[in-house]
Write a protein that binds this ligand. Structure first.
Ligand code: AMP
Ligand code: GLY
Length: 428
């Protein structure tokens, strides 16, 4: 490609920092700007102080500064219509339009979409009235899961142990204002049993690249204990999604989903994240997201050995060639360092002393999530603060690099899980 690209990336988390690292040395990049970015992103590229949710300001800025490509890291701007507005003014964007973003922004839409297109998923029914929901919950034989339909930053799902707990969760969402607007509609689902994996696809209409399967670690404590978080660590490829599972996912989930999107008039260009449960009767969809997972993105980017920017740009322009995307061998892992107290309340503004970039070993990266740069120092600014990423030929080698980085940082107010990838290691 002759033209060099001026790229605007939206977001401020570890996912976006991983994207910055993956594209900043691309031979087709002329300039990279991130809005709003974080303390680490600001060390790698220019940042501009525009909130990811202020889509009108983003569009104005993208037009006035003549960007060639906008990449949306998070889902919220997409669900507000960032993709539509940019396409209207002729700027290619990596991320679906509002109609595609509904797959994540409305679990009720997503469940109906899967039902009407025969895509394997848990049985599920949507409700806006507690009376109706409670009748249904009382009537079913299976265990249920209660989900707020709208966006809830990954926290809108309750896994009740008893019928009473299920009724209570439904009542709190529909009548008690739990999750606000997002909980005005709920989905009551059958509870599935099995192991979970995340499958991320780069989708351009009917064409797609399936990136290596990954596995996130939702619980805060070692051994998968304690409350749910945004994700404490991840690794890829996840062997639980073996060749036969992946073949099942391709033919029974991915291809029918892309055909259904096309049939329903949704021109999807961006990431489709398929959370799956590997059940006794095959893989089933737990959820769709319309962006890269965080922290899964941080382990996928290092495994892409071709030019990631070219892949994102071609997708945004509607001309992805899946064969041009190359995945390197080996494994990548991330250990997320959080502020003590997370996912409950935690202090912000605590200093983090990081190693000099020259002393960071090869195939090891310190990814910033909730950090900010102030007077030459890096301070914590969120619950998930840093991601320690390692890549190696073996899973153990990658983990050694991630945990090796932990020894190099000085952050007394932080903590991290010591057992990332334990299930995979136990399988041997
Ligand atoms: P979601 O936000 O829909 O991915 O749900 C969050 C988490 O809740 C998932 O990663 C699963 O661990 C669990 N979960 C959601 N739906 C179900 C289900 N139908 N059966 C069992 N577990 C579920
Ligand atoms: N790591 C899960 C997510 O990004 O939704």
């Amino acid at each position: 490609m002759d033209k060099k690209l001026k790229v605007l990336l939206i977001g401020s988390g570890g996912r976006e920092h991983a994207i910055v690292k993956a594209i900043k040395n691309s031979p087709i990049l002329s300039e990279l700007v991130c809005a709003p970015g974080n303390g680490g992103i600001a060390r790698d590229c220019k940042t501009v102080d525009i909130s990811a949710e202020n889509i009108d300001k983003i569009v104005k800025y993208a037009v006035s500064e003549k960007f060639d490509l906008v990449i949306s890291g998070p889902e919220v701007p997409l669900s507000l219509g960032l993709g539509d507005k940019l396409r209207e003014v002729g700027i290619p964007v990596y991320g679906p339009s509002k109609n595609g973003a509904l797959l994540e922004a409305s679990k009720a839409f997503s469940k109906d979409f899967m039902k009407r297109n025969a895509i394997p998923t848990a049985e599920g029914v949507s409700f806006t009235s507690f009376q109706e929901a409670s009748k249904y919950i009382e009537s079913v034989q299976h265990r249920v899961v209660i989900k707020a339909s709208g966006l809830a930053a990954g926290k809108g799902v309750v896994l009740p142990e008893t019928k009473e707990e299920a009724l209570e969760a439904a009542r709190e969402m529909l009548e008690g204002g739990m999750f606000g607007e997002s909980g005005r509609e709920i989905v009551v689902e059958e509870r599935m049993e099995g192991e979970e994996a995340s499958i991320m696809l780069v989708v351009c209409g009917r064409k797609y690249v399936m990136l290596p399967a990954s596995q996130d670690h939702k619980r805060v404590g070692d051994g998968d204990t304690g409350p749910n978080t945004g994700g404490m660590g991840a690794y890829a490829p996840a062997a639980v999604a073996n060749a036969s599972v992946l073949a099942d996912v391709r033919s029974n989930i991915v291809e029918p989903t892309l055909a259904a999107l096309e049939k329903e008039g949704i021109d999807y260009r961006g990431t489709l994240y398929v959370g799956i449960m590997i059940t006794k009767s095959g893989a089933k969809v737990v959820e769709f997201n319309v962006r890269f997972g965080d922290p899964e993105c941080q382990v996928l980017m290092p495994l892409i050995s071709s030019d990631a920017l070219e892949m994102l740009y071609d997708t945004a322009c509607g001309r992805l060639n899946p064969d041009s995307v190359k995945i390197g061998g080996g494994f990548a892992t991330i250990v997320v360092v959080c502020a003590k107290g997370y996912p409950g309340s935690y202090p912000k503004g605590c200093e983090i002393v990081l190693p000099n970039s020259d002393s960071i070993p090869k195939d090891s990266w310190i990814i910033h999530a909730g950090t900010k740069a102030q007077n030459g120092k890096i301070l914590s600014a969120g619950g998930r603060v840093l991601g320690l990423v390692g890549k190696d030929l073996t899973l153990r080698g990658a983990l050694k690099k991630s945990y090796g980085l932990a020894e190099m940082i000085d952050f007394p107010d932080g903590f991290y899980r010591k057992d990332i990838a334990h299930r995979e290691l136990e399988r041997g």
